[in-house]
Design a binder for this molecule. Structure first.
Ligand SMILES: Nc1ncnc2c1ncn2[C@@H]1O[C@H](COP(=O)(O)OP(=O)(O)OP(=O)(O)O)[C@@H](O)[C@H]1O
Ligand SMILES: [Mg+2]
Length: 237
């Protein structure tokens, strides 16, 4: 709540085990805030969040947060080596090359590794003389690898591929869907071609839920989702 204005309010939804749920809504609608509430970065001013019918407040905070693997839209670029950048997702596993390779493969960061003269040992960032700065999309693949390092129950992607080119985005999402089969995931994206892959879509407006359902259902609803979907589809023609 900022002053007297609520950021999100009266939101009621269930994230089912194994489900892929997408959040859609314009800038400032409250999507990232909901994720932060879910992760317990903030406490709700009103109401409660339950995990398996138990209020999340009753779980040990650190253990609770271990259930989630998250990539925020403003992900961090560490001025460390590429290996360290990936291992940061689960630092105890930094010597586990198999785990690092697998995370890099899932996120397409392996393409970045092979493109660098020193591979995993490449110093990243422009602060060091031998450091190499990467493109936005390359940094993003590394941030995604970081999330795959952790064997999380719930994966959350807050616009993870926004800096990727169209081919890389499709590929990253195809992989994401395959790799998270049976896993619970929340996807936030402004691209409707991505969003429609989700099992259900929740449309937020001014901090409230406008509609929730499958792509099919929301298209039939013929409200904001259908309007925005058609608008983007026209843009791609
Ligand atoms: N820590 C905070 N304290 C106060 N207000 C905040 C805070 N974080 C976000 N807000 C405000 O809450 C509203 C919702 O922000 P949020 O980041 O959740 O939107 P969003 O749906 O993720 O938008 P975008 O599509 O731009 O990422 C905005 O008006 C924002 O300015
Ligand atoms: Mg956001």
């Amino acid at each position: 709540m900022i002053g007297k204005a609520w950021v999100v309010r009266n939101i009621n939804f269930e994230l089912k085990a194994g489900e892929k749920l997408a959040f859609v809504g314009e800038n400032g609608a409250g999507k990232t805030t909901l994720i932060k509430l879910l992760l317990r970065f903030y406490e709700p001013t009103e109401g409660e969040i339950l995990l398996d019918d138990i209020p999340v407040k009753e779980y040990d905070q650190t253990q609770y947060q271990q259930y989630f693997g998250v990539i925020f839209q403003d992900f961090v670029k560490f001025e460390l080596t590429l290996r360290e950048n990936i291992a940061m997702g689960e630092i105890e596993e930094i010597k586990n090359q198999e785990r690092i390779d697998s995370a890099a493969e899932k996120s397409l960061a392996n393409e970045v590794v092979t493109g660098l003269p020193r591979g995993y040992d490449q110093q990243l960032g422009k602060r060091f003389k031998q450091g190499k700065d990467l493109s936005g999309g390359q940094w993003q693949k590394i941030a995604i690898a970081r999330a795959y390092m952790k064997d999380a129950e719930v994966l959350i992607l807050d616009e993870p591929t926004s800096a990727l080119d169209a081919r890389a985005e499709t590929e990253a999402f195809d992989r994401f869907i395959k790799l998270t089969e049976g896993k619970t995931a929340v996807i936030i994206s402004h691209r409707f071609s991505t969003v429609r892959i989700a099992d259900r879509i929740m449309v937020l407006k001014n901090g409230a839920v406008l509609e929730i359902g499958t792509h099919q259902e929301l298209m039939q609803n013929d409200k904001l989702y259908a309007e925005l979907f058609n608008l983007q589809a026209q843009g791609y023609q």
